[in-house]
Design a protein. Structure first.
Lengths: 218, 286
């Protein structure tokens, strides 16, 4: 058993290098650059935004970053590598793990680019960004599980954009998901963001394992 | 002989469409051809046997393992090579890097042995000299050979090839036939194709599918024999023929039930294939 674990460990390390090269760097870089531009807009223009405007910019940057993550599970060689013994969940988790440190650095930069005077509490807005990123990854994992598309990224990004437009309009008012930082419901709203982030993370992880060989009638 | 693959009652539906309907078969070492028109269920059957999609109904084993269980599926995948219809590549990888990537996914853990194995399969498909070239710089035929090398890495006991010669020029197709024939020595190969010549030249056995079911399972000679006495020549296309076409000599070759006094012609595998489809109720008019 220990030998098997060691072999798995060696393979995971060996897999990290080619997997790193298969990541959708163009989409990630474009989303990253655009997110920095959005967050750095006041710095570039010398504007002094109100707190609600800074919050909007941060939410916009988080959405742009999530749009990049929507492409993370795209794999042009998907059909050729479908029936391999290395589990799909491991491959997907490794992709997320490879990008996670960069995403954390990027988000830190996004936060630092916004004016200190009008910056909302970092914890709350980071939780929102985490939830939107997790939603993008869960949607991508769901698309991989339910479709044969090798590159579901564009569809996932479109879904995410659509959701981002509709969610503020359709989410119940008392959920308080999109309140301002000075709103007394900020804290309660972010409890809900935490639940949302956890739920989509579980959904995404649940989509990773491949369906069993038996569906019915056996 | 113990079959490599043994399947009974396999079924798979997409909505109301039955892509596979009660398919049973046994595959033994050697190359088995899988013929059928578009939409017959060939690719679906290959994907099910390759464990890329699960079947709705029925059961099968590959090399004694049941892919219906998680452990069994892992074991099958360790012994499987799969070349899909549209392989898809990471174009910036070299041929070596790509096959090595697949080898890692196939759990070839020892790096030195794995690299040796990757070099071996690339040499086997005649890509040893270009193994350091990026895939985006390779021709279509070369890319297809990279995909075959990826399927062959790890020396699988069961090889599933989905229309590997599509889009190749005649010379490349001949080369590919040689490679498949070589791959079929000592292992079980299931080859889906639209080319009856591929089957005639490579396969010890042929399965014909129509509308998700198996409508013929036998040797190529038996499939050809099915057309014995049911192929004839005429100066005009026979309206009673199931299929008929003008040949290079100007006469018509007809397949079906010949009229009295018809001039019989030598049947081919393709004639037998057309009649097998016709007997299964599939439109074959040519």
């Amino acid at each position: 058993m220990r030998g098997l674990t060691a072999v798995r460990g060696t393979l995971t390390v060996d897999l990290a290098v080619p997997l790193w090269r298969t990541l959708p760097w163009r989409a990630l870089a474009a989303a990253g650059a655009l997110g920095l531009l959005v967050a750095g807009f006041p710095l570039v223009t010398g504007a002094e935004p109100a707190p609600w405007q800074t919050l909007m910019l941060l939410r916009g940057a988080a959405l742009v970053g999530a749009l990049g993550l929507a492409f993370l599970l795209d794999d042009p060689a998907r059909h050729l590598t479908a029936p391999v013994p290395t589990p799909r969940l491991l491959r997907q988790a490794l992709r997320v793990a490879l990008v996670a440190p960069l995403a954390a650095l990027w988000w830190t930069a996004v936060l630092l680019l916004t004016p200190v005077a009008s910056r909302p509490p970092a914890g709350g807005v980071t939780l929102e960004a985490l939830a939107v990123g997790a939603l993008a990854l869960a949607a991508a994992a769901l698309a991989v599980r339910l479709t044969d598309e090798a590159r579901p990224g564009p569809f996932v990004a479109a879904f995410l954009l659509f959701t981002a437009v509709l969610a503020p309009l359709l989410a119940p008012e008392d959920w308080a998901l999109f309140v301002q930082a000075d709103d007394p419901r900020w804290s309660v709203g972010h409890d809900r963001w935490a639940v949302l982030a956890a739920a989509v993370a579980v959904l995404g992880a649940g989509c990773g394992p491949e369906p069993s060989g038996r569906r019915r009638g056996r | 002989m113990t079959p490599t693959v043994s399947a009974s009652g396999l079924g798979l539906s997409y909505g109301r469409t039955r892509a596979l309907d009660d398919v049973s078969l046994r595959l033994t070492p050697g190359v088995t051809g899988l013929l059928g028109p578009n939409g017959a269920g060939k690719t679906t059957l290959l994907r099910v046997l390759a464990t890329a999609v699960p079947a709705d109904r029925g059961a099968f084993t590959v090399l004694g393992h049941d892919p219906g269980t998680s452990r069994g599926r892992q074991e099958v995948r360790r012994r499987l090579g799969y070349l899909p219809q549209t392989p898809g590549f990471h174009p910036d990888f070299t041929a070596f890097e790509f096959v090595d990537y697949v080898a890692i996914l196939k759990e070839l853990a020892d790096r030195r042995e794995r690299h040796r194995e990757v070099r071996r399969v690339l040499a086997e498909v005649d890509l040893g000299d270009v193994r350091g070239r990026r895939i985006k710089k390779l021709s279509g035929g070369m890319r297809q050979r990279v995909a075959l090398a990826a399927a062959l890495v790890g020396d699988p006991g069961f090889l599933v090839l989905d229309e590997p010669t599509v889009g190749l020029d005649p010379e490349q197709r001949m080369r590919f036939r040689e490679l498949i024939a070589g791959a079929g020595e000592g292992r079980t190969v299931l080859l889906s194709t639209h080319q009856t010549e591929d089957v005639a030249m490579l396969c010890h056995r042929v399965i014909v599918m129509a509308a998700g079911t198996v409508c013929f399972d036998g040797t190529p000679a038996e499939l050809t024999a099915r057309a014995a006495g049911r192929v004839w020549s005429s100066t005009e296309k026979d309206p009673g023929a199931k299929a008929g076409w003008r040949t290079g000599t100007g006469s018509f070759r007809n397949v079906g039930d010949p009229p009295p006094g018809a001039e019989p012609a030598e049947p081919t595998l393709e004639d037998g294939y057309l009649l097998a489809l016709d007997d299964a109720g599939t439109e074959v008019a040519a």
